[in-house]
Design a protein around this ligand. Structure first.
Ligand SMILES: *Cc1c(COP(=O)(O)O)cnc(C)c1O
Length: 356
């Protein structure tokens, strides 16, 4: 049976990126060597990481004074690397979900944290608006897409202080005005590649302002200076990221990807909004294009398990909502084909016909 992969992360990747990664593991570009067996300092690997960086810069129109890094440790390590490198006395954070809270927890180890707004009062079902960013903060941190709750800050905000964004789950899903950000980071395993590599887009002039000593591996300057090759980087995940970036470019870039993402999300949100049984959990103007969260209406609550079972028989994978939201979450990342969204919709219609 055909599977429809709605996993939240690690998640669906372009088929071509997986196939080409498999080929590179067996024989990298006809060299007779596996990608897994070559030095990260070899000419062959240098060409791979160079192309990945160049494609990232091209696709997101990253200005020349920014660096693109591929590091280990996941987005979770960035939760501490950001304040380690940037926080002198005070930083501002927007609390929009569990990942934002985790970032806040780490930052508190380094200084005073101002939570400028929180949507925690309504279980993170909206993106706060009308907040004021303190002009004396060292930086302002946002989570652009809240993977667990399905809300998204889908525009580039103006900040009076350096803007730092966790874009783990919506990187390359839309054009971004990178010049409005000082630092963008994320784990690759949602929208870009396999688990094991973290991307960082950083403007170098924000560094060197804190007095504390920074361990070599946690210092962005180390990785900028060494082109992400201070130590052995995650070579295979970087290769797959490069293949995904090629796929995005061949499709027509992030503008085209955004158009496809909107079409997929609108299709599913329309069905949810017109459903007798299902209801969306996030306020309409805060809805994510990447993670679509919905539950059954109160009078049908007892049918959630039955729908999950039915969906499984139709090949749906990964649609169970996170335990802090319940119900269902369909992650509609870049690589998810519209046919899979349509299959889920058919499944919802059929279930509704038989049960509502
Ligand atoms: C998944 C996720 C993380 C955690 O990423 P790791 O690479 O597992 O550390 C952080 N932030 C957001 C928004 C995520 O979706």
């Amino acid at each position: 049976m055909k599977k429809h992969n709605f996993n939240a992360g690690p998640s669906i990747l372009p088929r071509i990126a997986i196939e080409n990664s498999a080929k590179a593991i067996l024989d990298l570009n006809g060299t007779g060597m596996s990608l897994l067996e070559i030095s990260h300092r070899s000419k062959d690997f240098q060409a791979i990481i160079d192309e990945a960086v160049a494609l990232f810069k091209e696709l997101l129109k990253i200005p020349a004074n920014y660096h693109v890094l591929f590091l280990g440790g996941g987005a979770s390590l960035q939760f501490c690397m950001v304040p380690y490198n940037l926080l002198k006395t005070k930083a501002a954070y927007l609390e929009t979900g569990v990942w934002a809270q985790k970032a806040i927890k780490e930052a508190k180890l380094f200084g005073q944290i101002d939570i400028v707004a929180s949507s925690g009062d309504k279980n993170f079902t909206y993106i706060p608006k009308g907040f004021t960013i303190p002009a004396d903060a060292d930086y302002f941190h946002i989570t652009t897409n809240n993977t667990i709750f399905g809300s998204e800050l889908r525009y580039d905000i103006d900040s009076p202080v350096p803007l730092v964004a966790d874009m783990s789950s919506d990187i390359l899903s839309r054009p971004v005005d990178v010049s409005k950000y000082a630092l963008i980071y994320g784990g690759a395993q949602k929208n870009l590649g396999p688990a094991g590599v973290t991307f960082v887009i950083i403007r170098e002039d924000i560094l060197g302002k804190v007095d504390r000593p920074i361990p070599t591996m946690l210092n962005y300057k180390t990785h900028i200076k060494e082109g992400s090759l201070f130590n052995t980087p995650p070579c295979l995940p970087i290769y797959t990221c490069m293949e995904t970036l090629r796929w995005i470019k061949n499709l027509g870039g992030v503008e085209k990807i955004e158009e496809m993402n909107k079409r997929k999300a609108n299709l599913l949100y329309d069905v949810i909004d017109n459903s007798k049984m299902f209801i969306g959990t996030v306020e309409k103007d805060s809805r994510s294009l990447m993670n679509i969260c919905f539950v059954m209406k109160e009078q049908y609550k007892d049918k959630e398990d039955a729908f999950m079972d039915y969906a499984k028989t139709k090949g749906m994978v990964g649609i169970k909502g996170h335990r802090s939201v319940g119900g269902f979450r369909a992650s509609t990342y870049n690589a998810l084909p519209i046919e899979s969204v349509q299959a889920l919709i058919d499944c919802m219609h059929e279930f509704e016909q038989n049960n509502a």
